[in-house]
Write a protein of this length. Structure first.
Length: 155
């Protein structure tokens, strides 16, 4: 495929529509994940603090239960990991958007071809091991914390 300035105007218009659609999509992803991260962190931190204070105030005997302490640690670790995962996703979306903007400018100035623009975007938009490991570890913390809490009630 030819450079942008050498293409037929109809093809340029079609490719322009795709660029604008992708630009909007990446912007919305960045915005959405940023909002989710902030809302999540606010809710979990304040909710966890209130729940812990309420539990400790209502049941002084729980302070001496090892299983309750382990559960609390695992739940807090799980919350932390979800926050890390949310933040990681937000930063990944942000990097995608910034790289797309740079590449589109290079495309419009005839420094790269359409294929190169598209191929580079596909290379960047991949998941890695940590995209799965962090949330699943958080889920494991929830299960282990629940089991630990349940066991401490019967021991």
């Amino acid at each position: 495929m030819e450079l942008f300035s050498k293409q037929d105007p109809a093809i340029r218009q079609s490719l322009n529509a795709h660029i604008n659609q992708r630009w909007g999509q990446l912007y919305e992803l960045e915005k959405e994940w940023g909002e989710r991260a902030l809302k999540y962190l606010l809710l979990t931190n304040s909710g966890g603090a209130i729940a812990t204070l309420g539990f400790l105030g209502a049941s002084p005997a729980a302070i001496n239960m090892l299983g309750a302490k382990i559960s609390l640690y695992l739940f807090v670790l799980g919350v932390f990991l979800v926050g890390v995962s949310t933040a990681k996703t937000f930063h990944h979306m942000s990097r995608l958007f910034k790289a797309w903007k740079v590449d589109v400018n290079h495309y419009y100035s005839d420094k790269i071809t359409w294929e190169y623009l598209h191929d580079e975007d596909k290379k960047r938009a991949v998941e890695d091991f940590w995209d799965y490991a962090i949330p699943y570890t958080s889920f494991t913390c929830f299960i282990a914390g629940s089991v630990s809490g349940a066991i401490s009630l019967f021991v």
